[in-house]
Ligand binder design. Structure first.
Ligand SMILES: NC(=O)c1ccc[n+]([C@@H]2O[C@H](COP(=O)([O-])OP(=O)(O)OC[C@H]3O[C@@H](n4cnc5c(N)ncnc54)[C@H](O)[C@@H]3O)[C@@H](O)[C@H]2O)c1
Length: 337
């Protein structure tokens, strides 16, 4: 990795530009060595380029292999596909990684959560294979695709992630008791791969039991690896364990590109008011810094964010504070000094 890589910056729609400005300021203050290449996507790109995902944006991501992305609105009408889904497919971003950690000062029901969901992002019921069974639409079918290739690569990713982040356990979540072939294949792959990682504990759990145990005792979980649909649901559940989507970071890892993004939406109700909470995107930028091996800057950024969130006077309104986006960002930057 070059010491000063270029990262495609997609500010996005709604509050996207506001939280992107805040995040770039915080990354620079933390000593992150990044050149940003600003490119467009989403509803704003339709206005500017008549295309929600301009070729220049794809080329930029192909060239640099790294992106930081704010939330995007898919324009209604015009038959546009979700840009988020298109990006995932274009770059085969098979791993969606969502770390979830209790943050002091952020209101939540738990004080001891520290887990990561690694979700397969390209297969399962979201492979897009569905149809009506008849012209009257009296029945519809969606097909879940689980391949050995896709299962092995996401489970291997989860174990490698666990090793890299000094995690102790990987829990594979499935429904193999009912979906014996598709989920059974995923579970078999898990058992085979786990045998290659004797330093990491491995267990498996049925998805419904997992949902209950996550709510009763989330501190028992470490790294969770699962398929697309269960991962989609459980990753929002786990964000709820630590204060919601506003503080949740994510990365999408693929062979051709690693994209880091806030998981919340464009928040149209507060866009342009300068009061959005940039924490989700800032923590995603910290994941990006880790990914490009600028670990000191990542730690400095994360520690400063947690410090600013720990003080009621510097939190943003969504977390019960009085600060606006710029005031909170100033506090994050002050905390680095
Ligand atoms: N990753 C993405 O690009 C993504 C994800 C979800 C939704 N969306 C899009 O965003 C738009 C709005 O969706 P929605 O209203 O369902 O969800 P949303 O996350 O935008 O908003 C839900 C609520 O949370 C608040 N909120 C969200 N992020 C916040 C932040 N950073 N700081 C303070 N408050 C925040 C909003 O003000 C709103 O009250 C839709 O067009 C949707 O398609 C995009």
């Amino acid at each position: 990795m070059s010491t000063r890589p270029t990262v495609s910056l997609i500010e996005g729609d709604g509050i996207g530009p506001e939280i992107a400005v805040a995040t770039v300021r915080a990354v620079e203050a933390a000593g992150g060595q990044i050149d940003w290449e600003r490119v467009d996507a989403g509803a704003g790109a339709v206005e500017k380029h008549k295309d929600p995902l301009p070729q220049a944006t794809i080329e930029s991501m192909k060239k640099h292999g790294l992106a930081l992305k704010g939330p995007l609105a898919t324009p209604s009408g015009g038959g546009y596909r979700s840009v988020n889904v298109t990006l995932r497919q274009e770059f085969d971003m098979y791993a969606n990684v969502r770390p979830v950690k209790t943050i002091a000062g952020v209101p939540s029901r738990y004080d001891n959560v520290d887990l990561t969901i690694v979700r397969e992002n390209t297969e399962d019921l979201y492979a897009g294979i569905e149809h009506y069974r008849d012209a009257k639409r009296s029945a519809a079918e969606s097909i879940a695709i689980i391949t050995r290739f896709g299962s092995e690569r996401i489970i291997t990713y989860a174990f490698e992630y666990a090793r890299r982040h000094k995690r102790k356990k990987v829990t594979l979540v499935h429904k193999a008791n009912i979906l014996k072939m598709s989920n059974g294949l995923f579970l078999d792959c898990g058992k085979e791969i786990a045998a290659k990682y004797p330093d990491i504990q491995f267990d498996d759990m049925i998805v419904d039991a997992t949902a209950m145990k996550l709510v009763i005792a989330p501190e028992k979980f470490d790294v969770i690896v699962t398929m697309n649909l269960f991962g989609d649901i459980l990753s929002d559940l786990t964000a709820g364990l630590v204060g919601g989507l506003g503080v949740a970071p994510a990365s999408n890892i693929g062979a051709g590109c690693a994209m880091f993004e806030a998981v919340h939406g464009t928040a149209p109700d507060i866009a342009g008011k300068g009061i959005a909470n940039p924490t989700g995107l800032m923590l995603s930028a910290a994941m990006l810094l880790d990914h490009i091996e600028q670990r000191e800057a990542a730690t400095r950024l994360r520690t400063a964010i947690f410090s600013a969130l720990g003080d009621a006077s510097t939190r943003t309104g969504d977390l019960g504070g009085k600060a606006n986006t710029a005031g909170y960002t100033d506090a994050v930057i002050r905390a680095m000094k």
